[in-house]
Design a protein around this ligand. Structure first.
Ligand code: ZN
Length: 137
């Protein structure tokens, strides 16, 4: 076994029984790095402390042996981040399709509808609740 393999074996042994990384840890680490970068601006110095807290919490989660607590945190994160992720996805689609399509939100059920641009006045039916609206595209 060469030196690098010995180090890898030691790390593997150290990580046995530990939680490891998940999407919440990744989010904490990336947020911590973003806060760290932003803390270079004079008025955002306080973000440095927040970045340290976020990164250390990510490290703590990775090495933790309490699977149950980490799993609960992950479930909470997945539940809380679901809506913002969906809204970011819609926003990215709106930016991508801005020349060919328009997006409307249904007033009764909040479903986002995509319609082709440049068709004049059209009646749009919500696929979810069947509510109709007339919009200029
Ligand atoms: Zn609707």
């Amino acid at each position: 076994m060469n030196f690098l393999q010995q180090i890898m074996a030691k790390i593997q042994q150290f990580m046995i029984g530990r939680y490891g990384s998940d999407s919440f840890t990744l989010f904490l680490t990336i947020s911590g790095l973003v806060c760290s970068i932003l803390s270079n601006f004079r008025h955002l110095r306080f973000l440095y402390l927040i970045s340290l807290i976020l990164i250390f919490y990510g490290v703590f989660r990775t090495f933790s042996r309490n699977y149950e607590a980490r799993r609960k945190e992950l479930n909470w994160y997945l539940r809380v981040s679901q809506k913002p992720k969906a809204e970011i996805k819609i926003l990215m689609s709106q930016i991508r399709d801005r020349k060919t399509h328009r997006y409307y939100k249904c007033k009764s059920c909040k479903t986002v509808m995509r319609v082709p641009k440049g068709r004049g006045k059209i009646e749009i039916t919500c696929p979810k609740c069947r509510m109709k609206v007339i919009k200029k595209t």
